[in-house]
Write a protein that binds this ligand. Structure first.
Ligand code: SAH
Length: 343
């Protein structure tokens, strides 16, 4: 199915063609990715070309269902699109903030530790809906820390909706504006080999593989829907791409669960698995999800695990939880909004 054109997903050349000049196309992009209201007219454009563009290629219809702000400034938006509610998160950083985007409403992957999995699957989002999430969440970033970093780590499996994800990242990276750096766009996957191969070929951002276990037996227990592709096949796809283009570095994500996958032996096994692969490791202490029998590894265990990796020469970062109190962290997006927090 070919999605209807939307101003949010049109490439710059198409905007230019429809509006008749580069300056107008830039004005339309600045309206979309600026700070002003995304109302019924394109601010800064004379009425006629702007109205014609919005008539032919409207913004996706959306509603801001909720907005929650955590004490650390992390802001979660619940956005209602036709037949689908999704969440996008703005995480303030020093000099640069991060926006975490959803690629699907719900998810088909039934990861046992993730709150989104329990929603089931509603539908794929369009490229325009993904770009619009960015545009709205980026408006929440502090003025001195614009949202120049994007991670597809919200709801959904991006590689199950890869056409839309590639379309959205192309718009977000496109010059002259907003021109995000490919180094600052990350697409995170539960591990879908055909999609990984395609993203490694066609995608311009960085792939992040949610490995989460060092044996197929444990990985199948935690992420049952990924049983089609054993760890060797997942890492094989990365090795293959890096053999062709050694500059294609990736991230490997590894959620740490107390007593499940956080032993020194598992750290050593992870080091061995990644041998010869150019990858930075992101360790994510489990973010609690009510009703799920998982606990985050204790801080000292996280540090010990990280040290093992670092001692082997592996660049390893711990993603300590952000957005406490508003369920905005990895794996916690489940469209649950306390009524009192809507603003
Ligand atoms: N489906 C994609 C992107 C969404 S999940 C994927 O699986 O990568 C984004 C990251 O959050 C993944 O690395 C996933 O392993 C992690 N995650 C999921 N649930 C989590 C939880 N409860 N605590 C911490 N990380 C979690």
């Amino acid at each position: 199915m070919h999605p209807a054109p939307s101003v949010a997903a049109l490439r710059f050349a198409e905007l230019e063609a429809r509006l008749g000049s580069r300056a107008r196309a830039l004005t339309a992009r600045k309206w979309l990715f600026g700070r002003g209201a995304l109302g019924g007219r394109i601010t800064g454009l004379s009425a006629k070309p702007g109205a014609a563009l919005l008539a032919e290629a409207p913004l996706p219809s959306f509603e801001r269902v909720a907005r929650q702000v955590a004490p650390d400034g992390t802001t979660k938006l619940a956005l209602g699109f036709p037949g689908a509610t999704v969440e996008a998160v703005m995480i303030p950083g020093r000099g640069r903030s991060t926006v975490c985007l959803s690629s699907q409403a719900g998810c088909t992957r039934a990861c046992t530790f993730c709150a989104t999995a329990r929603l089931g699957f509603t539908r794929n989002l369009s490229a325009a809906e993904i770009v619009l999430q960015y545009a709205l969440a980026a408006r929440e970033a502090p003025a001195d820390a614009p949202a120049r970093n994007v991670v597809f780590m919200g709801m959904g499996e991006p590689l199950d909706n890869l056409d839309a994800v590639l379309g959205a990242e192309a718009v977000l990276m496109e010059p002259p504006y907003p021109r995000l750096s490919p180094a600052h766009v990350t697409v995170s996957t539960s591990g879908v080999v055909p999609g990984m191969k395609r993203y490694l070929r066609e995608g311009r951002g960085r792939l992040a593989l949610s490995l989460n276990a060092t044996t197929d037996a444990l990985r199948r227990e935690l992420m049952p829907h990924t049983r089609t592709w054993p760890i060797a096949a997942l890492l094989g796809a990365i090795r293959e791409a890096q053999a062709e283009d050694p500059a294609k570095s990736v991230f490997v994500e590894y959620v740490l669960w107390d007593g499940v996958n956080d032993s020194d032996a598992e750290a050593a096994a992870l080091v061995a698995l990644l041998d010869g692969i150019a990858a930075h490791v992101n360790l994510i202490p489990h973010n609690p999800v009510a009703g799920l029998p998982f606990a985050p590894s204790p801080v000292a265990r996280v540090r010990a695990f990280q040290k093992r990796l670092a001692d082997s020469g592996r660049r390893t970062i711990v993603r300590w939880p952000k957005g406490a109190g508003i369920a905005a962290a990895c794996g916690q997006l489940a469209n649950q909004v306390p009524a009192a927090s809507v603003s």
